[in-house]
Design a protein around this ligand. Structure first.
Ligand SMILES: Cc1ncc(COP(=O)(O)O)c(C=O)c1O
Length: 441
């Protein structure tokens, strides 16, 4: 660990001050700024005053801004499925049966890679629905996708090495990389997904590219086949990894779903990460990694280092829920419901808000993007909306770099009924009127 910290010191990612310890510097190294497409202001770095270790310092700065805090489940908070429509009775029945007279294997220490029947059910599902190339031996059950990101970063990258992240992108992946001492290069996303040519130009020495090909985490675009092949070709040439975050591929409303990127990879370079947070519920904290050939043991051992394994009874319950067909049934119902809710949101918002917010329909996922007029301050709009009881995510919060970008809002809709959506749109309208007043005064 000492040598990793030494490397961070040598590269300017950490600095020491005589007599007072080691800090994350306010100014990031020149090299980090150089890869940005626009100069802009350096990212604000929180420097804890407390007695944290150097590793602790990295953990403490990993989440940018407030993105790690969780606000109440109210419209239009992003990322939450319709938890009230989950088949709780079925789930309770399965749990009650398994817990009434549990097999001893459900109560003692289990396999770090996860409960075998769950790994079998997930491997089977991924093969048939996502064309993922895997066997149960490749699957490691994690505490959500987030733990998969952290384990992958720590197992595959040295502190000081570079990762491509999507710009805009998911703050959770950025946090896992930063906490592991990995430096992130924000690579622009266009209508085809992460721009591989820009990545080659902006950060040629990256060791991993982190992408959300089925539904780009912020803008919702699907990565084109051409881009997928280009990305895999880059990884082969650069001898690099690709982390595929397939967090909500199940919810596609129009067009044909593209199979996973991992399924196109014949080189063993893709680490596939998935989650049950969107198809079941986020508090379950269960996700999975499909490790590339030869790496499953390393993932399982690192899982054992962190917390031995995911709770076995819970895994057994999920395994039954999947094998009895309840998960696919629930997904099918939710797909219809979410498509309807998206239609309600898009039509209501575009009718009521007009040019203040142009809400764009999305072919997939659990949120849509609303574009603000150029020059608007999306963080300010989000603050004003919050005072009116509406949660919107400013697109700025998903930008890791400092360059200029189009202002916008992310609006989650899956968890909210028609009446709540309509009422929240009206509140947003009031917030826009208030915001206009504020900007004039
Ligand atoms: C892009 C992305 N990846 C992954 C996740 C899921 O993470 P987890 O499984 O840790 O809940 C989310 C949740 O919001 C997400 O937006």
């Amino acid at each position: 660990m000492l040598s990793a910290v030494d490397q961070l010191l040598a590269e300017g990612y950490l600095e020491t001050r005589r007599g007072s310890g080691t800090y994350v510097p306010r100014e990031l190294p020149d090299e980090l700024l150089a890869i940005r497409s626009d100069p802009g202001q350096p990212t604000e770095v929180h420097t804890p005053a407390g007695p944290l270790s150097m590793r602790g310092e990295l953990m403490a700065v990993a989440w940018q801004g407030e993105s790690w805090r969780r606000t109440p489940a109210r419209p239009f908070r992003v990322g939450i499925p319709a938890v009230d429509r989950f088949p709780h009775d079925t789930w309770a029945r399965i749990a009650a049966r398994l817990r009434r007279q549990p097999a001893p294997e459900l109560l003692i220490y289990g396999e770090p890679a996860g409960y075998r029947p769950l790994r079998e059910a997930i491997a089977e599902r991924l093969r048939s629905t996502r064309a993922v190339r895997c066997s149960p031996d490749d699957v490691v059950i994690t505490s959500g996708a987030q733990q998969g990101f952290l384990l992958a970063a720590q197992l595959l990258l040295n502190p000081g090495e570079w990762a491509w992240v999507e710009e805009p992108g998911y703050p959770g992946i950025h946090a896992a990389l930063t906490a592991s001492g990995v430096r992130t290069a924000p690579i622009p996303v266009d209508g085809e997904g992460l721009d591989v040519t820009a990545g080659r130009r902006l950060c040629s020495k990256a060791r991993i590219a982190c992408v959300t090909p089925s539904h780009q985490a912020a803008l919702g675009v699907t990565m084109s086949l051409r881009r997928r092949l280009e990305l895999l070709e880059w990884a082969r040439q650069a001898d690099a990894w690709v982390l595929e975050d397939d967090y909500n591929s199940e919810f596609r409303y129009t067009g044909h779903p593209l199979a996973s990127l991992q399924g196109l990879d014949s080189d063993g370079r893709v680490i596939y990460v998935g989650t049950l947070s969107k198809v079941m519920f986020p508090a379950l904290r269960l996700g999975y990694v499909v490790a590339p050939a030869g790496l499953a043991d390393a993932f399982a051992k690192s899982k054992a280092v962190v917390d031995w394994h995911a709770p076995t009874q819970l895994q057994a319950e999920v395994a039954e829920f999947i094998t009895q067909g309840h998960l696919e049934r629930h997904i099918r119902r939710m797909r219809t419901l979410y498509q309807h809710r998206q239609e309600v949101l898009v039509s209501e918002a575009n009718r009521a808000l007009g040019e203040s917010l142009r809400v764009q329909p999305s072919a997939a996922g659990l949120h849509v993007v609303g574009w603000l007029p150029s020059g608007a301050d999306d963080r300010q709009v989000a603050r004003t909306a919050s005072r009116r009881g509406v949660s919107v995510t400013p697109l700025s919060a998903m930008h890791m770099g400092t360059g200029e970008h189009r202002p916008g809002l992310l609006l989650g809709y899956a968890c909210y009924g028609d009446a709540d959506i309509m009422q929240a749109v009206l509140r947003l309208k009031v917030a826009f009127v208030e915001g206009l007043g504020e900007s004039r005064s």
